[in-house]
Ligand binder design. Structure first.
Ligand code: PLP
Length: 421
């Protein structure tokens, strides 16, 4: 019997019927057969501490006794208020206002609308958005417009709006990126630079130095261009600090958070903005209102889960766990040095990357699906981005778990090289 479910990023003509997961536990997914599979990519980067962290589950249970969805115009509620205060405290100084939505894509859409609304309400005509080559900001039409163009969005190209792109700062070519940004910002047309700080995730886990982020901030500030930090993936410890921006001591004008905001338990997003941006919309003139909402804005159960997540960050040694994972990655990645089948190894925080030297790289390269199947057979969920194999596990992962993942990667690369996959 075929399922009516149409899965995301899934070519159903090539994939067998998807197995069901019966339960989750820490770093593991448990298949219906009882087989445990290591979730080495945190269920698409959302699970931070581990599946079903007890404090977060308990907060959800408590919230269920009092709330379901509550309209978020007309009324507010305690979980949203507590969370907003917590997020402002956690974020770089100056990000004093919190706007809720329900996914990473909507967090970025909100950010873009805030940026354009700010200039519009000031009577200025800045409306260009600058983005970085290889970036990814979501799958809605607006966020696809700001992301790398390719096979993912070719069909929708006629609907996508134009943006200005700066090159990815490859080592030794950083100045070209900075010059391009300086040039675009000096046009007077640019509203904002939208950037993934330190790591471009879906674009292939490409890493650049914090110092560049410092320079992006300086250039944008000098030209009165807003800096939007999309920390949907990098946030919540992935790069070794709670937020990636911290490593550059950079405060963006707008900050997008989602994925790990609830520890991965429930969908929620927040877009934080400075007082300048809030005040550009603050007026007795109704036309200056920030006109955005989604039905499930600030869902109280999700907000309660996020408040509990903040408590976990405050009360548990999360950064110590992350530090240990960092060290393990650094050691384990060494085995791929001087491997002819490996083009590059790189690491930042809890993200470890092994980029394979295969002729046909890119997302549609068939090494991805071949390796994915092999890893699943070995009891590890890893989904390579084309020829880019990466680990981004929950922070409860053990040394033995990571060894399992690294052994699977080693063996997968060997088998691939021998033509055995
Ligand atoms: C995942 C991601 C998004 C989109 O988030 P969704 O919740 O999938 O809409 C946006 N930006 C970045 C950097 C992401 O990694």
């Amino acid at each position: 019997m075929t399922s009516p479910v149409w899965h995301p990023f899934t070519q159903h003509a090539l994939e067998p019927t998807l197995q069901k997961i019966a339960a989750t536990d820490g770093a593991y997914l448990i298949e219906e057969s009882g087989r445990r599979v290591l979730d080495a990519i945190s269920s698409w980067w959302v699970i931070t501490h581990g599946h079903r962290h007890p404090l977060i589950m308990q907060a959800i249970r408590h919230a269920l006794d009092r709330y379901d969805q509550i309209i978020f115009a007309e009324y507010s509620h305690e979980p949203a208020e507590d969370l907003a205060r917590g997020l402002v405290k956690l974020a770089p100084a100056g990000l004093n206002h919190v706007f809720y939505s329900d996914s990473g894509s909507t967090a970025v859409e909100v950010a873009l609308k805030m940026a354009l609304g700010t200039f519009h309400n000031r009577g200025l005509t800045r409306s260009r958005i600058v983005v970085m080559e290889h970036s990814y900001h979501g799958d809605t039409i607006g966020t696809m417009s700001t992301g790398e163009r390719g096979v993912f969005n070719a069909a929708y190209e006629p609907l996508l709006f134009g943006v200005d792109t700066i090159p990815f700062p490859d080592p030794g070519e950083e100045q070209q990126t900075l010059d391009a940004l300086e040039h675009l910002c000096s046009s007077g047309q640019t509203a904002a630079l939208l950037i993934e700080p330190l790591v471009l995730g879906a674009g292939g886990m490409k890493i650049y130095a914090p110092q560049l982020l410092v320079q992006f901030r300086e250039i944008t500030k000098r030209h009165d261009v807003l800096l939007i930090a999309d920390e949907v993936m990098t946030g919540w410890g992935r790069t070794g600090t709670v937020l990636a921006c911290e490593q550059a001591s950079v405060a963006p004008d707008i900050l997008c958070l989602s994925k790990g905001i609830t520890g991965g338990a429930l969908p929620l997003a927040a877009t934080l903005a400075t007082s300048e941006i809030f005040e550009a919309h603050y007026s007795t003139e109704r036309r200056k209102t920030f006109f955005h909402s989604s039905s499930y804005t600030a869902n109280p159960i999700a907000c309660a889960a996020a408040v509990a997540n903040l408590d976990v960050w405050c009360n548990e040694p999360v950064l110590d766990r992350i530090g240990k994972i960092e060290t393990l990655h650094r050691e384990r990645l060494r085995r791929f040095e001087n491997n002819a089948d490996v083009a590059d190894i790189r690491q930042i925080g809890t993200i470890a990357v092994v980029e394979l030297a295969v002729p046909a790289s890119g997302y549609l390269s068939d090494v991805g699906p071949k390796l994915r199947r092999f890893f699943r057979e070995r009891g590890v969920l890893i989904r390579p981005l084309g020829n880019v194999v990466y680990l981004m596990s929950p922070y409860c992962v053990t040394e033995a778990d990571l060894n399992l993942a690294y052994d699977a990667i080693s063996e997968g690369i060997d088998q691939l090289a021998r033509g055995a996959l």
